[in-house]
Design a binder for this molecule. Structure first.
Ligand SMILES: NC(=O)c1ccc[n+]([C@@H]2O[C@H](COP(=O)([O-])OP(=O)(O)OC[C@H]3O[C@@H](n4cnc5c(N)ncnc54)[C@H](O)[C@@H]3O)[C@@H](O)[C@H]2O)c1
Length: 380
């Protein structure tokens, strides 16, 4: 019989649902020592929290996250709230000795992130950041191929994350659902929201970034603010692109925007190595495109690998070969790995310290865009 691990989740929005779904499914598909229990959900509105708890199966409700963090019957705090709340909640949760699963980006900036890293390390509490794309089986498979040396020396890492939902100048900023447009809540725009995912995956697959040169643009300069009712300056970046060098000598080209008409969540990366190349696309997430120059010349070409076989990462836990899984399963895998890490003592990655590396790259991006100069990425 698996041991219960009592979850206290803060925020019931997009990620609140994605994480809850993962907690509910993980023990059905993975054999683990621990089983998440939906102990409490916290939101500022008691009615909405109760409605969410009833629908998704939480045992209780809190309206003040500080009370949740102090509850004796909670083992792990899951932070699914806007970016400007991550630090305060995480510091309190660490001080209360709770495990912490925190949404990305870890913090509003590097110095805030470092305090969070130090707090969880001092408290010795298990911790993890939800950079879930590492756990899409095709992406995990890409990591395996790279670690096996199949690509050889890496020359290029190219990543994009494109959306199109903020093009209208009538869209307000701030408040429920639109906190991403409010720099006080989000910290940055597409860089921290979208490019952060690309950076985390890149560091995982290709190692740390050394330096970069970035540009950001805010296309709509003023928007009505939902919290004040006034038209206010927009402080986020609507689009961001950078080029840079990885420490292994390969070149980085990254782009994210919410102004690419026609694209909803087009996260892609391509890696070009001496022997082989890899391409992945979130819109076709169960496939990995692979080209190997060492194949017999007449048969050489891009292979579209359907990452659904039992010997592909995570897939042996699901259905039968040929049947694919989707977006939500990356969160199930992340919970499974977190729980596994509690048993083995090998913490699931990225933990806070590991996710802090992405924060330092984000700081370098904003510094470079402001100064219009090349910036060295600080060592973590
Ligand atoms: N891993 C991913 O792919 C991914 C995807 C989306 C969002 N995120 C991250 O998840 C976090 C939440 O994003 P979201 O899309 O779920 O946002 P959302 O707007 O859908 O939900 C935010 C939730 O936080 C609640 N909230 C806000 N302030 C609060 C407070 N002080 N106390 C309690 N509850 C509070 C809101 O009521 C809401 O339930 C952000 O940090 C975001 O960057 C990660």
């Amino acid at each position: 019989m698996a041991k219960p691990l009592n979850i206290g989740m803060i925020g019931y929005g997009f990620m609140g649902r994605a994480h809850t779904n993962a907690y509910k499914r993980v023990a059905d598909f993975f054999d683990l020592e621990y089983r998440p229990v939906l102990k409490a959900v916290c939101a500022r509105s008691a009615d909405k929290a109760k409605e969410f708890a009833a629908k998704w199966g939480y045992e209780s409700v809190e309206t003040d996250w500080k009370k949740l963090v102090e509850r004796k019957d909670i083992d792990a705090i899951d932070i699914c709230t806007p970016n400007n709340t991550h630090s305060e909640i995480a510091l309190a949760a660490a001080a209360a000795g709770k495990m912490i699963l925190c949404e990305k980006p870890l913090a509003m900036n590097g110095p805030e992130g470092l305090k969070m890293v130090e707090a969880v390390e001092k408290a010795k509490v298990p911790n993890m950041v939800w950079y879930n794309y590492r756990r899409v089986p095709a992406v995990t498979f890409a990591k395996q191929l790279i670690d096996e040396g199949r690509l050889g020396r890496i020359f290029h890492y190219r990543a994009k994350f494109l959306q199109d939902w903020t093009i209208s100048a009538d869209l307000p900023q701030g408040g429920t659902a639109l906190w991403r447009l409010d720099v006080a809540a989000a910290g940055s725009g597409v860089s921290g929201d979208l490019l952060a995912h690309c950076i985390d995956t890149a560091i995982w697959l290709n190692g740390p970034l050394a330096d970069l040169n970035a540009m950001t643009e805010t296309f709509i300069k003023e928007r009505k603010h939902n919290l004040t009712g006034k038209v206010e300056k927009v402080g986020i970046d609507d689009a961001c692109a950078f080029m840079g060098h990885f420490k292994n000598g390969s070149l980085a080209t990254f782009e994210s925007t919410r102004y690419a008409r026609g694209h909803k969540a087009l996260y892609t990366f391509e890696i070009n190595g001496e022997h082989a190349s890899i391409f992945w696309d979130l819109h076709d997430l169960h496939r990995l495109q692979y080209f190997d120059h060492r194949d017999q010349g007449s048969l050489r070409g891009w292979r579209s690998i359907h990452v659904t076989d039992g010997d592909h990462p995570y897939m042996g836990k699901w259905w039968v070969p040929g049947l694919q899984i989707g977006y939500e399963h990356s969160f199930v895998h992340q919970v499974a790995d977190f729980l596994e890490g509690l048993t083995t003592g090998k913490p699931a990655q990225p933990d806070f310290r590991n996710a802090y590396q992405t924060q330092l790259v984000l700081d370098a991006i904003l510094d470079s865009a402001k100064s219009q100069k090349w910036v060295t990425v600080a060592a973590g």
